[in-house]
Design a binder for this molecule. Structure first.
Ligand code: HEM
Length: 234
């Protein structure tokens, strides 16, 4: 039997792996750097938010560190985006799932079309970030003084700073929605903290991903205890 399937939670439910350790470390480092970037960025954006510059040790340090943390954030995001892109491609059932959002919200599972590892809302968040994060990097480099800004005409730097603010606004709103959804769907925080979800959670929220994972983890011919599709503890 697969090592991950042997894991059970306190209630004896079988657990399955959703995020390996490397993905979780990447995600939480990215989340922390995003929070620092958002707070220090708001401090530069408008005087009432100036006090937020203290999150990075005051205005001078905030100005120095913000772009470096931005580059780190971009690299971490790029790693995550590359490994998650496949699971965020739209599938036919996504449209039906969206149309039946009332059944989804009312937990009427029998009526809801099965979806894969991510639901259409999560996919939308993913692609919005794929749009905003590279925009933030490119426009950030264009206005990064004293290293790069001097190489570009002042109009380019001005347009870059406008686009930077728009992309930052888009990313912050998207991440607030992302956090709200993570709190709202019970069990998803556990997935990103401990890495595991119960079989029941996976079947309920992401049935096609559940089926695929179970198929992939079907016992090898030499395994002694086969995994049953409808194991009562799942
Ligand atoms: C404090 C802030 C954050 C919290 C509480 C949070 C929470 C979570 C949770 C619980 C999941 C697992 C969802 C599931 O598997 O169903 C997740 C997945 C994910 N998070 Fe976050 N997150 C935060 C910040 C971020 C940031 C800043 C980014 C990127 C800029 C990000 C990008 C992602 C991505 C790409 C996934 C995988 C889902 C997908 O590909 O659509 N998260 N997050």
């Amino acid at each position: 039997m697969n090592r991950d399937d042997e894991k059970r939670n306190r209630l004896g439910q079988r657990m399955m792996l959703r995020y390996p350790t490397s993905t979780r470390i990447n995600h939480w480092t990215m989340a922390l750097s995003f929070i620092l970037l958002a707070l220090s960025g708001l401090a530069f954006f408008h005087p009432p938010f100036f006090f937020l510059s203290h999150t990075l040790g005051g205005p001078v340090w905030a100005r120095i560190l913000h772009p470096f943390i931005g580059v780190l954030f971009f690299l971490l995001f790029a790693l995550m985006a590359v490994s998650h892109a496949g699971n965020n491609l739209p599938i036919r059932n996504d449209v039906r799932w969206m149309k039946q959002i009332k059944d989804v919200l009312a937990n009427r599972d029998e009526k809801v079309p099965p979806i894969g590892k991510y639901n259409p809302g999560q996919k939308l968040v993913f692609w919005l970030l794929v749009l905003c994060v590279p925009t933030l990097l490119i426009t950030g480099v264009l206005m990064w003084r004293p290293w790069f800004a001097g190489y570009f005409p002042v109009t380019v730097v001005r347009i870059a700073s406008l686009l930077h603010a728009l992309a930052a606004f888009g990313a912050i709103v998207t991440i607030v929605i992302h956090i709200y959804a993570a709190i709202w769907v019970k069990g998803s925080f556990g997935a990103m903290i401990r890495g595991f979800v119960t079989h029941a959670w996976a079947k309920h929220h992401h049935p096609l991903w559940y089926d695929d994972t179970i198929k992939r983890e079907r016992p090898r011919p030499d395994a002694k205890t086969p995994i049953k599709r409808d194991d009562p503890v799942a």
